[in-house]
Design a protein around this ligand. Structure first.
Ligand code: WT7
Length: 651
């Protein structure tokens, strides 16, 4: 199928950071010709080093790559201090609360907040270099202060998305052996206050969190919360008495910066570890190349700081680039489906970055809303997290972007730290639903398992064949799992290369289209969910013997979850009752976003003789497609017929 190409508008190209395909090719050829020279030139130019590095890349112990060895820096200085002389009065964070309250925090003010906070963490709680801090916060400026304060004193933050349950907090606290949890009383959502602090109390009360000595609470909605004497303290009551000068810790390039847990195809979520220099370099470079950030821009990414998109493209990237980053507390539907478009008009947003699932939802429930607002400030649009379908793309392109703003469809992952495959807005002709080309410096290839390039137009494995500065450094505390999870599936020239878990297709132009996960990782509303996690949770219902969860296509969410469940009893309360009960368990143990839309109660599951569940077969059954593959290798082929029958009866 041939898709239309949209060429960059010349006005935009003229001043863009990368102005043409010639410039793009020049950059990419530089990287191919002299990989270390390429990264060396940018690391020298972009980073304010406290001590220069002596080696660009050490890949002698792959997959444990080391970048900019010998160098020292502080990420909070890269994001704040170095901007103060020229841009101290520029707005760094432009916050809008759901109820409409606005805060403009300048770089000078950000410096004060972060330094005071860093001093508080250091002096009051004894948080020092290498300590882990769990952050469970809503979308308020203090969340960014906390991240940067950790970076300033060399503490490693591990943010837990506010939609996660107390069990998820507990697991992550234990995984990181965190000393401190930072949270808020709550925030506002759908126009009403909601609470976060009780989930922290619950997590700790479940036991195992003995590493936690204190809980620091930011007041946002002033709701009543439980305070444990000697453990819990209110940030707002303490912060005034700390100095606004804080000497930044000198961090080695390869010291850890943060952990962020993400779902894999097997087992419990993995603590993805990102380190200092390479991560911040790439966060900043991609802000310049992919979002073409300029001094007067008002840049808005709608993600939550609990996900990697929020880390890299709300906090670290924009601030390292000295930009103004918008932060919004609430939901896109409050008070109506025009909220985001109203904000774009009022704040004069120039770059807008969101997820396809949000675009589909706002298209469906508020098709005419964009017409009510002046969206002419927009210059560049972006999408992330999942494939975007042509209808949503067209609506975004025409209704929001007025047919003239390029859409950067950015493919990347928690593990990649920053953008990997994306158009550059002034250079790359764009095509609906296509992430196009690797960002310069990134060696992305579509390969077969043995490393031969997959032919044009056929599905292969999306691999990154050279280490890049912002790549995952380790799975926290589990180097074996790191190797196995990312470097176990694909080899090139006999050597293991990074496999993303995604399938992809390359065309004659070299454009890469992502075809979706090849493993058991699912993507619901842009949230990454592993089948193993949901199944573990379902297994905790006392009437469940076994289950298998797959995803099926969903109009708005992209994918929704369908669970096939084997019961361990014959008498039961009814399918509906049990479905509700299971979803409650999932909500408590994982989070509401991982609830299943559909349950099918079945007598068995399709398993190979070695006991592996063939989820592929279940995916076909869920959508009512014919099974054409050979099922004779199943332990019990007749089970397929029985599952199909149950699915039909229960739909
Ligand atoms: C997975 C990574 C990247 C930050 C947000 C999600 C899917 C991501 C795209 C895209 C098609 C995409 C992939 C990837 N994905 N971007 N532009 N087109 N699919 O980060 O939670 O680590 O999820 O999201 O399947 O592997 P994440």
């Amino acid at each position: 199928m041939q898709h239309k190409l949209y060429y960059p508008n010349p006005e935009l190209s003229k001043n863009a950071s990368v102005k043409s395909m010639d410039e793009y090719n020049e950059l990419q050829n530089f990287a191919k010709r002299d990989y270390e020279g390429f990264w060396d030139s940018f690391a020298k130019e972009k980073i304010t080093w406290k001590k220069p590095y002596t080696k660009v890349l050490d890949d002698s112990n792959m997959p444990f790559a080391r970048w900019f060895e010998g160098g020292e820096l502080n990420v909070s200085e890269q994001c704040i201090d170095r901007h103060l002389e020229k841009n101290g009065e520029k707005t760094a964070i432009l916050f809008e609360g759901e109820l409409g309250d606005i805060q403009k925090i300048t770089y000078n003010q950000l410096s004060v907040h972060v330094n005071k906070t860093a001093n508080l963490l250091r002096e009051r709680y004894g948080v020092t270099k290498g300590d882990r801090v769990v952050i469970y916060m809503p979308m308020i400026p203090e969340a960014a202060f906390m991240m940067l304060a950790c970076a300033r004193i060399g503490a490693i933050h591990s943010i837990v998305f506010g939609g996660f349950s107390s069990d998820a907090i507990r697991d992550r606290v234990i995984g990181a052996q965190a000393k401190l949890i930072i949270t808020a009383d709550g925030a506002y959502r759908k126009g009403k206050p909601y609470l976060l602090k009780p989930a922290v109390d619950e997590a700790i009360s479940k036991g195992g969190c003995e590493s936690v000595k204190n809980v620091l609470i930011v007041k946002r909605n002033n709701e009543e919360i439980n305070i444990v004497e000697g453990r819990d303290e209110i940030y707002n009551d303490l912060i005034d008495s700390y100095s606004d000068k804080c000497v930044a810790e000198s961090m080695a390039s390869e010291d850890p910066l943060f952990l962020l847990y993400t779902s894999g195809s097997t087992g419990q979520p993995k603590g993805v570890q990102h380190n200092q220099a390479g991560y911040i370099l790439w966060a900043q470079m991609t802000m310049e190349w992919v979002f073409d950030i300029k001094p007067d821009d008002i840049y808005w990414c709608t993600a939550d700081i609990g996900w990697i998109t929020g880390h890299t493209y709300i906090v670290y990237g924009p601030l390292a680039a000295g930009a103004t980053t918008v932060m919004y507390e609430g939901i896109p539907l409050y008070p109506d489906a025009g909220r985001w478009w109203k904000m774009i008009e009022e704040l004069k947003v120039t770059q807008f970055y969101t997820a396809p699932t949000a675009i589909r939802m706002l298209h469906k429930v508020g098709n005419d809303e964009p017409d009510k607002y002046d969206l002419s400030s927009l210059r560049i649009l972006g999408t992330v997290g999942e494939p975007i379908n042509p209808e949503a793309w067209d609506w975004y392109h025409n209704k929001i972007g007025g047919g003239t703003c390029p859409i950067v469809d950015t493919w990347w992952q928690t593990e990649t730290g920053g953008h990997m495959i994306s158009p550059l807005p002034g250079a790359t002709p764009i095509q609906a639903g296509c992430a196009t080309l690797p960002v310069p410096g990134i060696m992305a290839e579509v390969l077969e398992e043995d490393g031969t390039p997959t032919p044009v137009g056929e599905k292969g494995l999306l691999c990154i064949t050279k280490p890049w500065p912002a790549m995952i450094r380790n799975v926290w505390g589990d180097p074996e799992r790191f190797k196995k999870a990312y470097f176990g599936d694909c080899k090139k020239d006999g050597k293991p290369v990074y496999f993303s878990g995604d399938g992809a297709m390359i065309d004659e132009k070299g454009y890469i289209t992502i075809t979706g996960r090849t493993d058991d990782v699912m993507n619901v509303s842009g949230h990454r969910i592993g089948s193993a996690e949901v199944e573990a949770s379902i297994g905790n219902a006392e009437f469940v013997a076994e289950s298998a969860v797959v995803s099926e296509p969903h109009d708005i969410k992209g994918e929704s979850l369908c669970a096939f469940v084997i019961l361990n009893l014959t008498e039961h309360a009814g399918f509906e009752e049990m479905s509700k009960e299971i979803n409650n368990i999932i909500k408590n143990e994982v989070g509401a976003f991982a609830k299943c839309d559909r349950f099918v109660f079945v007598p068995g599951l399709p398993k190979t003789r070695s006991g592996k569940i063939m989820r592929r077969i279940l995916r076909l059954i869920a959508v009512g497609e014919e099974i054409t593959q050979d099922i004779s290798t199943l332990e019990d082929p007749s089970v397929v017929e029985a599952i199909i029958k149950a699915t039909q009866e229960q739909s």
